[in-house]
Design a protein around this ligand. Structure first.
Ligand code: FEO
Length: 404
């Protein structure tokens, strides 16, 4: 896609990755984009680069607007590979440009590249760079989501270039939120935001709250947010800020997800009466079988619902591997404000449900106990127990949801 003017003399010069489905293990069914921006002011400035596979695309887009000889400044907001792995090629074309980056960014960059040839200026929160009629303001956002991260604010245009924050893994010909909503739907966009937040930013809710509060305290006027992935928030930047605040404050649907796996269908059979009990208590319920769905989808559904039940058969006295895997993954994502429980079938010794609860406790989640186990295949009597288990869990979810 050719360069797109997002504000007068500020251009998106990035690339659309329609094909990516595995983003360091996070499944991205909608693809993604790598956004970077070229500012044509007295001193031409490039903000961010793209994944190296797409270096030719951004180079072509930049060349359509200016010669690389004219680029005076390059801002690196974040050094993860999807944004910085083409910097070597960019710097070969613009060897006299100066890079602006945080101290931790510079240290990290040196681990990936020989930076001795490059002019690099370290910046910190509040530092500015005058490039003509515009002045860029840098604001560090450490651990959002890497130690090096920062954002760049341009008061002249009321534009926040926010690197990963507020992004979505969403390949689309639409560059702006309003365009995307017209072509696709609000639901699709909201779901992509949620998916991204759940899988990338979930551990950083408290930092996000603090950083948004800091921005509000600084009184920055923002009428556009341009992230490094997905659509640019032109029509409604307030919406994405509010969504982030809501998620950081623990917002979830008053609903239940059942995430399970099964060996010979016994644990799977349990899910249906459990779901019925939940439904009869008035809550929506979604069932996800782990080997039939990407883990990132299960993580998203976990995050969307106030309550989740994990179903796991016992194998060799422990959890089924896919269930153990998602709990291990969730532990790293440090979820908060969610209630969980577990159920499953066992043949002789049992152990999976107990182990699941041990993991829940380590995560500090709200817990619904006791879990439910059935021996071999659920009998009709067991199915009644499953129904009651679902009903009781739904009651607890409703009670817990009142706190938010
Ligand atoms: Fe899109 Fe943290 O990189």
């Amino acid at each position: 896609m050719t360069a797109v003017e997002i504000k007068k003399d500020i251009y998106w010069v990035g690339a659309i990755d329609w094909a990516v489905r595995d983003f360091h293990g996070y499944e991205t069914p909608r693809g993604t984009t790598y956004n970077n921006y070229l500012i044509l002011d007295d001193e031409i400035t490039l903000v961010d680069t793209v994944k190296d596979d797409f270096a030719d695309v951004t180079i072509k887009n930049i060349k359509s607007l200016t010669s690389f000889d004219n680029i005076k400044h390059i801002v690196i907001n974040h050094i993860e590979n999807d944004h910085v792995s083409s910097i070597d090629r960019i710097m070969n074309l613009a060897p006299n440009a100066t890079i602006y980056i945080t101290e931790k960014g510079k240290k990290g960059l040196a681990r990936f590249f020989d930076i001795s040839r490059w002019n690099i200026k370290i910046v910190k929160s509040g530092d500015t760079l005058k490039i003509g009629k515009r002045t860029l303001v840098f604001l560090e956002t450490p651990m959002l989501h890497w130690p090096d991260s920062m954002v760049t604010y341009i008061p002249y245009d009321k534009l926040l270039i926010s690197q990963d924050a507020f992004g979505q893994h969403l390949a689309s010909a639409a560059r702006f939120d309003d365009e995307f909503i017209t072509c696709e739907s609000v639901y699709e966009l909201d779901d992509a935001v949620l998916d991204y937040y759940a899988n990338i930013l979930m551990p950083f809710g408290q930092l996000i709250k603090a950083k948004i509060a800091e921005v509000q305290k600084l009184g920055l006027e923002i009428d556009m947010i341009a992230p490094d992935h997905g659509v640019i928030w032109r029509a409604n930047p307030g919406k994405i800020l509010q969504m982030y605040m809501d998620m950081a404050n623990g917002k979830a649907k008053e609903s239940v997800s059942i995430i399970y796996d099964t060996m010979w269908h016994s644990t799977e059979i349990m899910t249906t009466p459990i779901m019925q009990g939940i439904k009869d208590e008035g809550l929506d319920c979604k069932i996800i079988k782990l080997r039939a769905a990407p883990m990132s989808l299960a993580v998203k559904e976990f995050w969307k619902s106030r309550g989740t039940l994990f179903g796991t058969p016992t194998i060799n006295n422990v959890m089924f591997p896919t269930v153990a895997e998602i709990l291990y993954h969730l532990k790293g994502l440090r979820p908060k404000n969610r209630i969980v429980g577990a159920f499953g079938s066992f043949g002789w010794g049992g152990g999976a449900v107990k182990e699941a609860y041990e993991e829940f406790k380590k995560m500090g989640l709200e817990i619904f106990e006791p879990g439910l186990q059935v021996n071999y295949k659920p009998s009709l009597e067991d199915e009644k127990k499953c129904y009651d288990f679902g009903k009781e869990f739904a009651k607890k979810v409703k009670e817990y949801h009142q706190k938010f």
